[in-house]
Design a protein around this ligand. Structure first.
Ligand code: SF4
Ligand code: SF4
Ligand code: FES
Length: 239
């Protein structure tokens, strides 16, 4: 298999971006964008199509098994996990760019710290120990699968870094808190949900279709809106 990798390079956020084209060949049909990037960096002697050396390509990864969210980037115009993007499914030319909603760092690495900052601002933690509620176990489990990759923010028309609307990467963990929060903390958590999620979300569900973890975002939103906004008791067992 032979593909052309068109990578948007940028040495640092102060430097202008440019596209570097690399011809990449492999016999491994399971090769992904992530393994290709690793291979190019590890070999260190690749030349681009203009015969210029390919310097170290900055990008982030950890698990290489679609479990950590670190390797999120835009591949062929869609935010995806590089380790879950097989080259054989990407066509002859694979366009690779960093996520655009976050400040650039270098090459395919961006600064996604706003996701954690937003979670901190929304007060998303339990202030006292709480027992798992069996009636909302499926909601908690679904929310716990969030990778904090940021793909949902990339496609969200309402999210921008520094805005009051925190997007689905905050809404999903908020859903988990809402499903188990103590009475004492309820008021603050519900208030944060209304201000930072409910009031800014256009319910277009573009995030639902893009999520690489296939989280059932629609179901989580319906439950959280019911609990925090419409005051329904989520997970109440049907009699
Ligand atoms: S909701 Fe999905 S797309 Fe958004 S951060 Fe979590 S795993 Fe990524
Ligand atoms: S439903 Fe639409 S507006 Fe709401 S977080 Fe998802 S993409 Fe953004
Ligand atoms: S490296 Fe962990 S999701 Fe890709």
């Amino acid at each position: 298999m032979k593909v052309i990798l068109e990578i948007l390079r940028r040495e640092s956020r102060e430097k202008a971006p440019y596209v570097q084209k690399i011809i990449y060949e492999t016999d491994d049909e399971n090769e992904t964008v992530a393994t290709a990037l690793n291979h190019i960096n590890n070999r260190g002697d690749y030349k681009d199509t203009d015969n210029n050396p390919v310097t170290h390509i900055h990008w982030e990864c950890s698990c290489m098994q679609e479990k950590c969210g670190a390797c999120a980037m835009i591949i062929n115009s869609k935010p995806r996990l590089a380790c879950g993007s097989k080259l054989k499914d990407m066509g002859e030319t694979v366009k690779i760019q960093p996520l655009k909603k976050f400040p650039a760092v270098a090459d395919l690495t961006v600064d996604r710290s706003i996701m954690l900052e937003n979670i901190k601002t929304a007060g998303l933690w339990f202030e006292e120990s709480t027992k798992a509620d069996e009636t909302v176990g499926d909601i908690s489990y679904e929310a716990s699968r969030c990778l904090q990759c940021g793909c949902c923010l990339e496609v969200c028309p309402n999210f921008y870094t520094g805005g009051e609307f925190f997007g689905m990467s905050a809404a999903v963990p908020l859903t988990r808190i809402i499903s188990a929060v103590t009475e004492k903390q309820k008021k603050d958590v519900y208030k944060a949900y209304k201000k930072h999620i409910y009031e800014g979300c256009g319910k277009s569900l573009a995030c639902h279709d893009i999520c690489p973890a296939n989280i059932d975002i629609e179901k989580l939103l319906v439950n959280s809106n019911g609990a925090a906004v419409w005051k329904r008791h989520i997970g109440k067992k049907k009699k």
